[in-house]
Design a protein around this ligand. Sequence first.
Ligand SMILES: NC(=O)c1ccc[n+]([C@@H]2O[C@H](COP(=O)([O-])OP(=O)(O)OC[C@H]3O[C@@H](n4cnc5c(N)ncnc54)[C@H](OP(=O)(O)O)[C@@H]3O)[C@@H](O)[C@H]2O)c1
Length: 284
Amino acid sequence: MTATLMDGKALAERIRGEVAAEARELGDLGLATVLVGDDPASEIYIRLKHKAAGEAGIRTRDVRLAASTTEDELFEEVEQLNRDEAIDGLLVQLPLPAHIDEARVIRAIDPMKDVDGLHPLNGGQLYLGEPAHVGATPVGIMALLEEYDVPLEGARAVVVGRSNIVGKPAALLLLLANATVTVCHSRTADLGAETREADVLVVAVGQAGVVGPGDVREGATVIDVGMNRADGALVGDVDPGVAEVAGLLTPVPGGVGPMTIAMLLRGTIRAARYRRGFLAFPGA
Ligand SMILES: NC(=O)c1ccc[n+]([C@@H]2O[C@H](COP(=O)([O-])OP(=O)(O)OC[C@H]3O[C@@H](n4cnc5c(N)ncnc54)[C@H](OP(=O)(O)O)[C@@H]3O)[C@@H](O)[C@H]2O)c1
């Protein structure tokens, strides 16, 4: 193997330590999650988020609603959490059951508490390069790139995937860091031709092996966001053979995953600072 593995676990632990110190300084702060239905993957994510928040001294509220919950009932729950002064950060775990309009629910979240950065105000602020809540995964990717001193200014960055939660915000953050950014998706005509141009390649697709060793430029930095189950094991989107070509590579597990949890906690601290008036957040 030639690539240096980017240790997201170690960086995440350090950040979680910093978050715990900030949480002590800020006093009582709260993160609420809302889970509708019983999707097993969502249950695991929620459990990890609560455990990490608890360890950092952030109080959590775990709202569980039945899969049959109506959109109005969910709105009412979100409204209550918006009004609740004890709650600084609020996220509604996606995906929601098919009968609920996700975009409408996200619009109902107080933008100041929207730690997933999915409210249109936050999405718009990010688009404009203004202060915003940005989702934990893209922020975690940027923190890893910074930790390993990966040059971004003028670099060619290719993001594979254009979801609102990972691909699009990651592309915007890379653009704000002055990279030259290409965004690829399921209709990209020749994915390999695009990815081979990348100095920095971010892969967020949800398909094991979608990027192979022949799709990566020698010495490139490769961030594997994918989390796929294969024969009971967790694997990324990037073929393991990429480690023979890349210069830096995030492992799965132990790369982006732990960073996502750490950055959610940091986002909760940020939300608490906004709400206490220590940080400016125009428009909210
Ligand atoms: N490590 C973490 O903390 C973390 C956090 C979030 C997500 N994830 C993982 O990251 C992966 C992506 O998550 P997501 O929520 O962004 O998924 P998503 O909403 O399903 O989006 C997947 C994206 O990949 C694109 N795509 C699908 N097949 C493709 C192909 N063959 N070639 C190129 N692009 C293709 C899709 O294109 P279209 O837009 O054209 O459909 C879409 O934009 C999943 O494995 C997820 O579990 C990990």
